[in-house]
Design a protein around this ligand. Structure first.
Ligand SMILES: [Zn+2]
Ligand SMILES: [Zn+2]
Length: 216
């Protein structure tokens, strides 16, 4: 393992990320921490545009600790809008951070014992009973937040390193067409031609399905 100086998560960053996220909870800061450790390990700065870094998260939707993704977005600058955040929904909690220029990547995997222990804690029991995180007693939430912010990162995550991570970047498209049916502007890579006319996907689907409808 190479020597790494971990960037400190400042009170300002934590506060700003909590504003973005909407509440205080332990899973979002775990994403912040994962994002920083990954950038520190790879020695890369936060993403300004879409091409510098790609974050791949493995959380799905509508399950515990999904807040992790917001911490990753805030720390790395890999966001939904810039298209450099990829959700590979596996129901797992790893973060892979990929650097297109060097093809290097790291994957941070929270330790099994840590994540499975969490589920037996009051925080998750109450969450499972339907208590929203912003209504929880700070006595329940705060120790978990402090723990995830202060514990040595190696006690939280295992790290896999990739010298040549398999990833095909998708170039940004700056062309658009008008759909012949609904007349809405559609990005060219999402439009399709049919009988020399451009169509958006729902309109083309409609035409194709109408044609395939059985005649009675
Ligand atoms: Zn949260
Ligand atoms: Zn259309």
């Amino acid at each position: 393992m190479h020597a790494m100086t971990e960037t400190t998560i400042t009170a300002e960053e934590l506060q700003a990320s909590e504003y973005f996220h909407g509440h205080r909870c332990p899973a979002m800061p775990q994403g912040l921490r994962a994002g920083h450790v990954a950038m520190d390990w790879l020695e890369v700065p936060r993403a300004r545009g879409g091409g510098e870094l790609v974050a791949i998260i493995e959380t799905g939707s509508h399950h515990f600790s999904g807040c992790f993704a917001d911490g990753v977005m805030f720390a790395t600058g890999c966001t939904f809008g810039k298209g450099n955040l990829i959700q590979n929904p596996l129901g797992k909690f790893a973060l892979t951070l990929y650097v297109p220029k060097s093809h290097q990547a790291v994957r941070l995997i929270p330790h099994y014992e840590r994540m499975s222990q969490c589920l037996t804690m009051d925080f998750f029991k109450l969450r499972a009973q339907g208590v929203p995180p912003f209504d929880l007693d700070p006595k329940v939430t705060e120790p978990l937040i402090q723990d995830v912010l202060t514990k040595p990162w190696t006690e939280i995550f295992a790290l896999q390193e990739f010298e040549d991570y398999p990833f095909d970047p998708v170039p940004d498209v700056f062309e658009a067409v008008q759909c012949s049916l609904c007349h809405e502007l559609t990005v060219k890579s999402y439009a399709q031609q049919f009988h020399h006319q451009w169509y958006c996907k729902p309109c083309l689907d409609g035409i194709i399905h109408a044609r395939l409808a059985p005649t009675v």
